[in-house]
Design a protein around this ligand. Structure first.
Ligand code: 6PG
Length: 475
């Protein structure tokens, strides 16, 4: 196994160090905080050597050196690179394992490349536990360098249910960090869907806590089986010191570190419809307005939330709706990866991405296998919803999904990702949409032109003048 330098020994860095050491990798360790590297080196025994400075870290490794950065994304990454570059030589490698913005990764690749140093962007998913026992790793950058490093990272990565390591080179350049960003955008939307289901079950249907817990546990064992569903069961299984469910004591605001927003921004920037991914970010922003929400409820009242329908039927509908919406979210994420990859020419293979997400990462679920199969069978598939198997699974719960959204809307329960996802599917399957009216309005007020059936080119019209007194609108 190649020897590695590790820089940044916080929870993620230290756990990855332990994982690497378990797999026989010799480590040189550096952290700017006093004593951290020494402490970890003691823990690791003969596998780890503490280094006092970035220069010493470089000196502890034989050329070509590989240094794995696990420092916070942003300025700390730039500072780490600056501290290393003067000591590195052509052919050396820096890997950034943080949640970096992909354009920063491209900039850093160019800057390091000027000194002949390879800079690789690794999307590492799975949190602290994953880092310790097997993360999913989405690697981006130079193929030859990655081929050399692959055995080490495949060894420490999670294994998919079929035993394949969840480590892959997903493409050139900044592909690894972009794919990880979209992973997080999907994570936001899948989490939001579970939260919307929770809100409906607990606060609209008013099911007892234990009943929702058992239901989630059943879902986690069935078609909805996923790591996030398991997290939801754990959330409901945990009691406070006084024996009441901890979840009832948690403030209903969700923070965010930015990757979900980057995903939504990329969708807007590249003109890709990804409403579920964007709505999940908006939902977190709305959740943060706790004081305003409380004040509004006190002054104008919350929407009515009394449900008098068939509880059993709605619970069953919710299970089907969740599956359909989860697939739709993934379809948007993959469509975004494909579109941005086409612009940058990273050469991302969606089947490889789906396979890498089958284990270790936060969005791992049984859905990734049929998605990988769909892309393996049709690498040019323009939208996952055009795969027959997945489409059948989405529409198997079509009526139930509508029932969930209609019921939520009728009772004033916001379900932004359930409804945005349904609108996406409905929009995608409707040959004639509302945009003729938008095109007409644009031409009326701005002479922007419109396309006309059966007549190529741009058109303008001699639009009717305004006559609001005539029922026929001007004639
Ligand atoms: C992962 C996660 C991780 C992310 C957290 C929190 O794949 O291990 O995506 O990278 O940092 O999930 O993200 P937010 O603070 O934005 O929710």
């Amino acid at each position: 196994m190649t020897a590695l330098g590790l820089m940044g020994l916080g929870v993620m860095g230290a756990n990855l160090a332990r994982n690497l050491a378990d797999h026989g990798v010799q480590l040189a360790l550096y952290d700017p905080a006093a004593g951290v590297a020494q402490h970890l080196a003691q823990d690791l025994g003969s596998a780890g050597t503490a280094c006092a400075t970035p220069e010493a870290l470089v000196a502890a490794l034989a050329a070509p050196r590989t240094i794995f950065l696990l420092v916070p994304a942003g300025a700390a990454t730039d500072a780490a690179i600056e501290s290393l570059l003067p000591h590195l030589a052509a052919g050396d490698v820096i890997i950034d394992g943080g949640n970096a913005f992909y354009r920063d990764t491209a900039r850093r690749q160019a800057a390091c490349g000027a000194s002949g140093v390879h800079f690789l962007g690794f999307g590492v998913s799975g949190g602290a536990e994953g880092a310790r026992h097997g993360p999913a790793i989405m690697a981006g950058g130079d193929r030859t360098v990655l081929e050399r490093l692959a055995p080490t990272f495949a060894a420490i990565a999670a294994k998919a249910p079929d035993g394949t390591p969840c480590f892959a080179r997903v493409g050139d350049g900044a592909a690894g960090h972009f794919v990880k960003t979209v992973h997080n955008g999907i994570e936001y939307a899948h989490m939001q869907l579970i939260a919307e289901a929770w809100q409906l079950l607990r606060r609209l249907l008013r099911l007892p806590h234990e009943e929702v817990r058992d239901l989630f546990a059943r879902w986690a064992r069935g078609a909805l089986s996923s790591f996030l569903m398991e997290c939801a069961v754990r959330a409901l299984d945990t009691m406070d010191k006084d024996g009441t469910p901890l979840i009832e004591h948690i403030v209903d605001t969700a923070e965010q570190k930015g990757t979900g927003q980057w995903t939504a921004n990329a969708a807007l920037e590249y003109g890709v419809a990804a409403p579920s991914l964007a709505e999940a970010v908006h939902a977190r922003c709305l959740s943060a307005l706790k004081d305003m929400r409380l004040a509004m409820e006190a002054s104008v009242g919350a929407p009515t939330m009394a449900f008098a329908g068939d509880v059993k039927a709605l619970v069953a509908a919710l299970e089907r709706a969740l599956l359909s919406a989860n697939i739709t979210v993934l379809a948007q994420g993959f469509a975004l990866i494909r579109a941005v990859d086409a612009e940058h020419g990273w050469g991302v293979d969606p089947a490889t991405v789906a396979r890498t997400w089958r284990g270790g990462c936060i969005i791992r679920s049984t859905l990734l296998e049929p998605i990988a199969e769909a892309y393996a069978a049709a690498p040019d598939l323009d939208n996952l919803l055009r795969d027959r198997v997945l489409w059948r699974r989405v529409t198997a719960g079509d009526a139930e999904w509508r029932q969930v959204v209609v019921t939520a809307v009728a009772h004033g329960v916001p379900v932004p990702v359930f409804s945005a996802s349904l609108a996406y599917v409905d929009g995608l399957r409707t040959g004639r949409l509302w945009a003729d009216m938008i095109a007409a309005q644009r031409d009326i007020f701005g002479q922007h032109g419109f396309a006309r059936f059966g007549s190529p080119g741009r058109h303008h019209a001699d639009w009717a003048t305004l006559d609001l007194t005539s029922p026929a609108g001007g004639s």
